[in-house]
Ligand binder design. Structure first.
Ligand code: PGA
Length: 259
């Protein structure tokens, strides 16, 4: 594998601080020896500080699940990039389909959020993906092209090299209906080609993850696909053992590639 695999657990709106502490105390020893794999948990705002403190010195990075595109301002209820980086948060999920669907997140705001995140030293994970109707209409590539182009529009080639894109077909999120390996590989190869159009030298460095009903059982097959650099894991990440088993699957591929 040319790129370091990346497994990110997205807790969504789950876990109080006490529950988060229980999770991380079980999870950290399980991933201690997962050499060659980058690991992150994407947690609610109220868990960020506690998780940053509890994971310090470990391989686990802590990501927020959203942020505002402006560095400060009259935006009641919002959180800015400098607020996240001040408490040593490593990165941020941007444009998750639930944000796009329920909170009217727009591609225009996202293209600014990507810049704002980099300016604050945060690593963004840009989420893209088609609905079931778009796939059935044959519009998957059109949707991905639009989302990837807008998301990367204002980034420098150096920033694009550091980007993670998560391809998450909306019909696979939280449904138990995982994409077939062929569907995942085809869409992710297409995303990589779009990155290459924008920044040819950066494309081999940018990571593209698969997300949508990833479990410890289907992870080995998905992670072994040539263009898949890791997984964004929702439901299965709520259980530390399940998330650790997905990290194990990535570590086993790294070890097999090295031997
Ligand atoms: P899921 O969620 O693994 O529960 O399908 C994935 C995501 O929303 O990132």
């Amino acid at each position: 594998m040319a790129r370091t695999p990346f497994i990110a657990g997205n807790w969504k709106m789950h876990k109080t601080v006490a529950e988060a502490e229980d999770h991380i105390q079980a999870f950290l020893p399980r991933v201690y020896s997962a050499d060659g794999v980058d690991v992150a948990i994407c947690v609610p705002y109220t868990d960020l500080q506690a998780m940053v403190d509890s994971t310090r010195g470990s391989r686990v990075e802590v990501f927020a699940q959203n942020m505002h595109e402006a560095p400060h301002g009259a935006f009641t209820g919002e959180i800015s990039a400098p607020m996240l980086s001040e408490i040593d948060v490593h990165g941020v999920v941007l444009g998750h389909s639930e944000r796009r669907q329920y909170f009217n997140e727009t591609d225009k705001a996202l293209s600014q959020k990507m810049v704002t995140a980099f300016d604050a030293g945060l690593k963004p994970i840009l989420c893209v993906g088609e609905t079931e109707e778009e796939r059935e209409r044959g519009d998957t590539e059109r949707k991905l092209r639009h989302q990837v182009q807008e998301g990367l529009e204002r980034l420098t080639p150096e920033q694009i090299a550091a980007v993670t894109v998560a391809y998450e077909p909306i019909w696979a999120i939280g449904t138990g209906r995982v994409a077939t390996p062929e569907q995942a590989q085809e869409a992710i190869a297409f995303v990589r080609a779009l990155i290459e159009d924008k920044a040819p030298a950066a494309a081999p460095l940018a990571r593209v993850l698969y997300g949508g009903s990833v479990t410890p059982d289907n992870a080995p097959e998905l992670l072994a696909l040539p263009d898949v650099d890791g997984a964004l894991v929702g439901g299965a990440s709520l259980d530390p053992e399940n998330l650790a088993r997905i990290v194990d699957a990535a570590a086993q591929l790294v070890a097999a590639a090295a031997s």
